[in-house]
Structures are given as C-alpha cells and as structure tokens.
Design a protein around this ligand. Structure first.
Ligand code: FES
Ligand code: FES
Length: 867
C-alpha cells in the first residue's frame, strides 16, 4: 500500500490497510505529532489534513487514505498554517499542548475555507476538537488574529522550536552543590533550570524561567527548563519537596509549583549571578561592585564585556558570596511583566514535544490492558488463543488488575485485546450501581452514622433553634473522571547495568519509583524515573504511584525484561481504572436572624476518603478519622461563622478514588456557596451583601468579591431571560470571586454567557499564564458541573467509558471570560486549581435567579439542559 504523507510517497505493509491511519502514522511511520485521545471519533486529537480537509485519523482506515494527500502537524506548511501558529504562539494558547497539533490543523482547514469566520462559525467548526485544558477562549482569539494577519497580507515567519534538551544525570558532586541542582550555566551561555515540578500545562516551567532570568539578569530566551527527575535521581539529594509533600517528597500538587519555586530559585539564581559577577571581577581585576549584568551580558564601565558562557566555568569554581539576597520587588523587569510567552509553546504547536505516549525505544512493545467491567473483579479464566493469533501480537500477560496484550504496535495490541476471552470473578467486586451508592451516601449523611467532628465553633444547635430563617438542604455530587487529553501511559526498560528506567508524566516521581520497584521486585534505588511533559493530569497522575507504571513494569518483568514496554491505556480502560473524584453528599443546616445575618452553619459530609494511604501523605492528611482532602474548603472556608460545625463520614466503597483538580473544595464549596445563596433567598437578602457581612475579617476575599461584583455588573439590569450568580472562595492561599451570567433560550436550555473572575494570588510571575489557568480551571469545572458524571449501572457495571458519554466542555458552550488580577503584593499563592470550586455554585445560583429552580444535585443537566 502506498501512502502520500507530507508530500512524500511511502510504502506501508498491506496488513495495515484496515488499521486506523492514526496508528500507521504514529507506530509505522514514526510521525508522533498526531495524537490519540479516544479512538472513537469524539476528541479530534488525531486530526490530520486529507486533501486539505481536517479528518479524524483514528476513524480513517489507512487504506482509504491511499492516493490522497495526507498532511500531519509535522508536514503542514504555507501562509495559513504559519499565520495560525504565529497567533497560537503570540496568544499563549497552549497549555499541556497535547491537543494543539489537531487544533491548529483544524483551524488551518477552517481558514482555508472561510477567511473571516465569526465566533459562531469558529464554535461550530472547532466543536469536535476537545481541549481538556480549556484553551477555547484563546483558540477563538487566535483564529481571529490569524484571519487578520492573512487579510493584512503580512506573512509571519514559520514558527521555529529549539530541540528538546537531553540532559545527562547530575553527578553526586553536583547534587551536593547548593546552586547546581537548581541552576546551571552551559559553556554556550544557556541557562538550565532544573525543575522538580512537572509541566503538565500549568505553565510552571515558564514561571520558573521568568524567576531565574529575573534574578540572573539573563536573556529570557537563553533559559531552558528541564525535569530534575530526568536522571537527577535515585539516591535523594535532589528531592526538593513541596509544601504539599511535607517538604520531602518530589510532588507536583496543590497548585504549589510557583509557591515552591519562589524562595528557592530566586535565591539560587541570585547566588549564581553573584558568582558570575565575582568571576568577571577577578578576570578583569575590577571591584565586584562595578560589574553589571543586563540581558545576559556581563560588563564593566571600562568597556569589558562577556557572556555568561565565558564566565561559567570560572564562576562554578568560586564559592557563593555571603549575604546574597534576591531583588526587591521594585527592581523586577520580568516578574509580573505582561507579554511573557510560554517557553514550551513552539515545540508543542509544531508537534515536536515528546510526551510519554511518544517514547520510542529499540525493540519496544506496546501493551494495552483489559480491566474488569466492575471494580474489584478478577480475571478467573483467560482464553488468549485468538489474541495470540492476531498478527503482531507478541504476548498475553496477566497483571494485577487485568490482562495485558503486548504487540509490535498499539493497533496490534488493541486487536489482540479485542480478541481476548476473559471470565471475570466478581465475588469481591463493587456491585452497587452509582444510584445505590448515592443512596448509601445520603443515608449516612442524614443519619449522622459514623460521623466524626472535624471542627466545632460555638453552639450551632442552639443558634439554629433560635434562627429566624433556616435552610436544611442536601447537595449531591457524582463521581468525576480526570480525563486528561493524553490517556494513561508509561514506559520502561531494563538497562544492562541493572537499572530499570521508567518514563511517566507523573506528578509524584517518588511514588512512581516505589510503584515501579514493587512491580519489578527491585530495590527502589535501581529505578530511574524520567518525567516527560504530560498531556494534562488534573490529579490523575499523582500520589497513587500512577498505576500504568506498575502495569508496564509487570508486563516487562513477565517477559523477562527482554523488551522495553510502553503501556498505553485505551481511553475506555483509563475510565475503567477508576481513580475518580469521590462521590459526595452534603447536608447543610444554616440559620439567619431576622435581619438576615448568618448565625449558624452546620455542614455534614459523606464521601469516600481521598487521601491515599501512602507514606508521607496519610499521616499528614488523615487525622482522627478526618480526611483533610475531603473536608478542605469546609474546614477552612472564607467566612467568619461564630456557630459552625463540620462533620464528616468516610464512606467505604470499592470504587478507587483519587485527588481531582481542587480536591475536596470541588464539592465542599458547592455545598457552602449554594447554602449561603439559599439562606440569602430565604431571608430576603442580596447574596453579595450577605457574603460581605461574613467577609468582614477577610479583606482579600472581600476585595475579590467586590471587584467581581462591580465588573460583573452585579445589581445592574439585564435583558429578559438573563441572570447572574455569584460565589467566592479562599483556597490555597488565594482569594477569588466570580459572577456567572447565563441566559435561557426558548427551548428552556441554559447558555453560559459571561464569567467575571477576580483573583488575588499575590505577586503574579506571569500574569497572562495566570489568566490562562483561571480560564482553563473554569472551563474544566463548568463542564463537570454541567454534564460530568461517571455512571455505574446495575450490578456495578462501569457504563461511562469515554467522551461519548462523559460530556465535557467544548468550544460552542464556552462563555466569554474576564479574569481580573488583584495586585496585593503578597508572595505568590495557588493558581491552577483556584477557579474550580466556585464554577458550579455560581452557575447553579444563576440558574436559581433565572428560573427559581434550585439545583442541589450535579450535574446540572440532570435537571435542566445546558447548551
Ligand atoms: S477522535 Fe480520534 S483519537 Fe479521539
Ligand atoms: S492544551 Fe488542549 S488538552 Fe491541554
């Protein structure tokens, strides 16, 4: 079979004629810029151009593309795609970047068809291309920008991307150096910052490059950020830790990347700068105080000049001068600057960035795992004869949670998986449906059975008894999937020196190392973890040790380490692996006096515990039966409540639970902000005024509330059929509020019109990327609030397995979003998750204002359609 790909004719074995073009491009032709997201036509991550039309390559048999011009992200060229890529780059569109090859090709096809599409045309055309990072508002803007560029006749330069750095492991001496493990300067003047935080879309690496360039007075373009886990372990020494990990685990979580970088890297870069100054002073025989650095050039008024590379070797031999301090805030030229562009954008736009799915090793097999149809079921009998007869299938291996098929390509393995016949033993399976599980949560929360008091202030029962207005309401939230665009995966290989190398887009390399060691039967010091860019995560790849790692290692071990193995989950198998956001039911009893002042707030929670039972986590987050990951946002909410009680019940089910973007706050704040709104309605008060009373002692959240209300038009008239809702939050040290404006059409469908979001997250290192994170968090959470729900059917069968049933935010439903950053001058605090908790209650509060219907059960679409 002959295919014409990126202008060249290539021969492909006829056995692949019926295989999806996606896997032929990726695994046979090595064109890995085209991505797998679902394999069933619901995400368009796999978009290519066929004869200029954007086409889902997972739905196109390779043979059907013969004789046509196939263009992948690697081969696209010309003025239209150049204009698109330039607009994407300048507009800071990308986050994790996994979907963006497909997005840019779809946008290119649109502009080839329509040179000035309006928002509606863009929404319709791009609606099939999912972005779980929520880059839709920027994609919309970038398409308009590209259209403007094309109309102007200006030809943007084709985008170029630096090659990804392959770093050598740090030596023990370097690890012991107080500066080297953080910041190195190469002989060519390149500044390399080692990050212990994974880049999964949040922009952490760009923030780090900004901090380092600022303190070094380096040329921003000369700073490269690489993963510290890439060879800088095992053996410890480079395990910086974050506040989330108790200071000793390498863990990306709780929106602490910039928080964790802030003090350490400013000081490390300032120390590196001082060493460069000392080296120049010594070389030139001048006082150090007369040496200047600007934009990567070291100079002296006498006319001496040098680049960083000229001084790096000498500087590294000098001690760190005493008393070096980072800059004062008023000296910043890069931190807080508008217009900083992401350091990882170009490679991702051009499809060159290598994610875990793209790891390729000599003789590597790709494995897929069939998981049981119910949580806790086990494979009793496996007939693998038909699977092994499939061309390209190499082995079938039982793994702990299922049966793996290893093949030469993903498509081979997938065909093998479909040919497997497995009898499942369901004796220990969770056999309750999600409705039955919800009923159990409801029973527990209303009975108070097994409840533990997490916090108690004043006398809530007496205050409720004396209240003039009382709300007693139950709020119900379903299981949610993380569903990052890059489905679960990992790769491993045994090296000749007995080191097991593992590649995984993990948030917790230490746990990944432990999981790999356990699966391999090796000491953990023999595991070396590489952390590539991740195509999203949202908590899925955090503390469990990232189960695909264990599965990849189990398969490689069963095959006597003869082959490197990449474990690539099918999207439906990722859903069947669970690790969902917990189901949660809250009961809130709240009271107000005759003047509408809140006098009592009693919140009860029933949810599966989220804190994993892992070293370094359990002892910090689970105390006296209270799981902080369940109660966060309730136990430490923003309001002053004199009579407050919080109780929590840990519900035991067989459904695997995992932290999900914003963790407990994703449900606790829905209950709180809904109940406060209900109390405002019951006592005839304006919801903003009532919140203002409660925030008298919390000026930063109050300022956010006031700003969101003012700029969101709170209290000003709206056209008929429109309404606004409000919610506010103090979370991860940040303070926020949002006004959500919606409309209702004549078919009684809710439309999201506009969100005004005010945020005080302290000093913003990269303001535009903060705005991007807020936008992404809002859209992630709004999709979940509107439609998100994992359904377990009769007998516990996992029904929701992909984007056909798990509906998420798409371009057409994306509202206008305005993000307002409050300059408090405080140190940086969390950003990546802080816009999630208020999204659902601001929406349901708006629906109540518009329709009088109070939504107490999510998703909203169970009650009213959201368009
Ligand atoms: S539509 Fe092709 S991978 Fe999702
Ligand atoms: S940037 Fe689109 S999925 Fe991450």
């Amino acid at each position: 079979m002959k295919l014409t790909v990126n202008g060249a004719d290539v021969e492909v074995d006829d056995r692949f004629a019926k295989s999806p073009l996606l896997w032929v491009l990726r695994d046979v032709l090595g064109l890995r810029g085209t991505k797998y997201g679902c394999g069933i036509g619901y995400c368009a991550a796999c978009t290519v151009l066929i004869d200029g039309r954007n086409t889902k390559s997972c739905q196109t048999p390779a043979g059907r593309a013969a004789g046509k011009a196939i263009t992948t992200v690697e081969g696209a060229s010309g003025p239209v795609v150049d204009a698109v890529r330039d607009a994407w780059y300048q507009g800071n569109v990308i986050q994790c970047g996994y979907c963006q090859g497909g997005q840019t090709l779809a946008a290119t096809a649109l502009l080839e068809t329509d040179r000035s599409p309006d928002d509606a045309a863009i929404g319709q055309w791009m609606n099939g291309n999912l972005c779980r990072c929520g880059t839709y508002p920027r994609i919309r803007r970038a398409i308009h920008q590209a259209a403007g560029t094309l109309a102007s006749g200006r030809d943007p330069e084709p985008l170029a991307a630096p090659l990804e750095l392959e770093m050598e492991p740090l030596t023990p001496e370097e690890l012991a150096d107080p500066v080297h493990p953080y910041v190195r300067i190469g002989p060519d003047g390149t500044v390399i910052a080692y990050s212990d935080q994974i880049e999964m879309g949040q922009g952490a690496h760009t923030g780090l490059a900004t901090i380092v360039a600022e303190e070094l007075d380096a040329d921003f373009a000369s700073v490269r950020v690489v993963s510290a886990a890439n060879g800088a372990r095992p053996g410890g020494g480079n395990v910086y830790g974050t506040p989330a990990g108790g200071g000793f685990l390498q863990l990306t979580g709780a929106s602490t990347s910039t928080v964790g970088y802030w003090a350490r890297y400013r000081l490390a870069a300032a120390q590196a700068r001082a060493r460069l100054v000392a080296a120049a002073a010594e070389a030139w025989g001048v006082p150090a105080g007369e040496v200047e650095i600007a934009s990567g050039v070291v100079s002296h008024p006498s006319g001496q000049r040098a680049g960083f590379g000229d001084l790096a070797v000498k500087a590294a031999q000098l001690p760190v001068p005493d008393g070096v301090q980072p800059k004062d805030r008023n000296q910043y030229t890069l931190i807080g600057r508008e217009g900083t562009l992401r350091v990882d954008a170009a490679g991702k736009i051009l499809g060159r960035t290598r994610f875990t799915i793209d790891v390729t090793l000599p003789r590597m097999l790709t494995a897929v795992v069939l998981h049981p149809p119910k949580f806790g079921a086990r494979a009793a009998a496996v007939d693998d004869s038909a699977a092994l007869a499939e061309p390209g299938v190499v082995a079938v291996v039982r793994v702990e949670d299922g049966v793996a098929v290893a093949g030469e390509t993903f498509d081979d393995a997938q065909r093998g998986l479909r040919a497997l016949a497995v009898d499942w033993d369901e004796q220990d399976a969770e056999r309750r449906s999600s409705e039955e599980l919800l009923a159990e949560h409801r029973r527990l929360v209303t009975s108070g059975e097994q409840a533990v008091v997490a916090r108690e202030d004043g006398d809530v029962a007496a205050a409720l008894a004396a209240a003039a207005h009382v709300v007693d309401a139950v709020y119900e939230l379903p299981y949610l999937a993380h569903a990052p665009m890059e489905p679960n995966n990992a790769a491993c290989r045994m090296c000749d020196d007995g080191i097991l190398e593992v590649w995984a887009g993990t948030e917790g390399p230490d746990y990944t190392q432990m999981a790999a060691a356990a699966a391999a039967g090796l000491d953990k010091d023999r595991i070396r973890v590489h952390v590539p860019y991740a195509g999203g995560s949202f908590g899925l790849h955090s503390t469990s040790g990232h189960d695909p790692v264990s599965e990849a290692v189990q398969v490689a071990r069963a095959l006597d380490w003869k082959y490197p193995v990449k474990l690539q989950s099918l999207r439906e198998e990722e859903f069947k692996s669970g690790r969902y956001r917990a189901m949660a039911v809250h009961r809130v009893r709240a009271g107000a006096d005759a003047a509408g002042r809140v006098t009592a707030f009693w919140q009860q929670i029933a949810a599966e515990p989220t804190s994993p039972n892992l070293p370094g986590v359990a002892e910090v987050l689970m105390k006296g039966g209270v799981d902080y990951m369940t109660t966060s946002g309730a136990v430490d909410g923003p309001y002053a409540l004199a009579n407050f009680k919080l109780e929590t019940t840990n519900v035991q089910t067989g459904v695997p639970i995992m932290v999900w973007r914003s963790v407990g706050n994703s449900h606790t704040e829905f209950a709180r902000e809904s109940a406060i709104d209900e109390l405002a309605a019951a006592s005839g008060r304006d919801p903003v005024d009532l919140r203002r009373d409660l925030l008298a002692g919390n000026p930063r959240t109050l300022a956010a509330l006031d700003l969101a209300a003012e700029r969101g038009g709170w209290g000003t008239p709206l056209p008929g059929g429109r309404a606004r809702g409000i919610a506010c939050s103090s979370f991860l040290g940040s303070h926020s509020a949002q006004v959500t404006e919606i409309s209702l059409d004549d078919r009684h469908r809710v439309h999201l019109e506009k969100i005004t979001f005010a945020l005080d997250c302290g000093i913003t290192v990269t303001p535009d990327l903060v705005r991007a994170q807020v936008e992404g968090g809002l859209l992630y959470a709004l999709g979940a609030a509107a439609w998100g729900e994992i359904i377990l059917g009769d007998g516990g069968q996992i029904i929701t397995q992909s984007f056909d049933r798990y509906l998420v935010m798409r371009m057409q439903s994306t509202p206008q979003i305005e993000v307002l950053l409050i300059e408090s001058g405080e140190p940086p605090t969390g950003v990546g998750e802080v816009s999630v908790p208020t999204a659902a209650p601001a929406l349901t509060n708006a629906i109540f204002a518009l329709t009088g219907t109070r939504i107490r059960r999510l998703p909203v679409a169970k009650t009213i359609r959201v368009y």
